[in-house]
Write a protein of this length. Structure first.
Length: 268
């Protein structure tokens, strides 16, 4: 099975490197800040941001005074993070590594974060165990994940029938967006768990314009548009229909997308 897992991760690496995730990241900055606020970062604490992308949580945590490490499977995304850290005037250590195999000793960090990242790692139990393992007793794990029933969660549901099925060992990303599933993931671990919902709004000139922006910049949808050939117009139409359903600003496009803010405090 391990060879299959590595092949899955290589495909994921290529998927997220495609398109222009840095443009996508600009639309979701609020999630990273919300995760940092939930973790209550103070100057001098050690912080690990797992599946950090271009640093949407890493950089706010560093601005708050944390001694930060950003880790991601995709080197191209870390290059964007380095540039943004320089622009913000903060120092961050950037590491290419796997959320399912964190290259750190036990209890290494005061705070472990992830903003819209770990739900895309294939084996959720493995990732959860790693987040808890590298957090010190008394420390905090703070994770932001798209809610399964929110706009982006439903976006994935619409995409599902058009995509290849997940391998048996992989969990679908929306699992991290259901409170009951999150509670089950953390149940074997010595943490006290809190979950709340928050909302971010996506905006564009129209639903069609937003879907076309996503198809150009968002790696998973870009890959689908290229691989589906004659089926792409049908997927595009289905995503536009969802966007029209969720739109709260007639004449333009403004869709609320809920996400979960998960705070797990590791017991002493």
């Amino acid at each position: 099975m391990e060879a299959s897992v590595e092949q899955f991760k290589e495909r994921a690496r290529n998927t997220w490197a495609a398109g222009n995730f840095d443009e996508i990241a600009k639309t979701i900055l609020g999630v990273g800040q919300k995760v940092v606020d939930a973790a209550d970062i103070h100057p001098g604490v050690t912080v690990l941001d797992v599946a950090c992308g271009s640093g949407n949580a890493t950089i706010p945590a560093a601005v708050a005074g944390g001694r930060c490490t950003g880790l991601d499977l995709v080197p191209d995304l870390l290059e964007h993070g380095r540039r943004h850290a320089d622009e913000a005037g903060v120092e961050v250590e950037w590491i290419t590594a796997d959320a399912e195999d964190l290259p750190f000793e036990d209890a290494r960090f005061d705070h472990v974060l992830s903003a819209l990242g770990v739900q895309f790692a294939p084996r959720h139990e493995v990732t959860t165990a790693e987040l808890v393992r590298v957090c010190r007793p008394g420390g905090t794990i703070a994770v932001g994940n798209w809610a399964a029933d929110g706009y982006i969660g439903r976006f994935w549901t619409v995409m599902g029938p058009y995509m290849p099925p997940l391998p048996d060992y992989a969990s679908p990303p929306p699992r991290w967006g259901r409170p009951d599933d999150v509670e089950r993931l953390f149940a074997p671990h010595p943490v006290d768990l809190q979950i709340e919902r928050a909302t971010l709004h996506f905006e564009a000139d129209s639903p069609e314009a937003f879907i076309d922006f996503m198809a150009e910049c968002y790696g998973p949808l870009l890959g689908a548009s290229r691989a589906l050939d004659g089926r792409w117009p049908a997927l595009r139409a289905d995503l536009i229909a969802l966007s029209n359903e969720m739109n709260v600003e007639p004449g333009r496009f403004r869709a609320p997308s809920d996400y979960l803010v998960i705070v797990a405090r590791k017991r002493d």
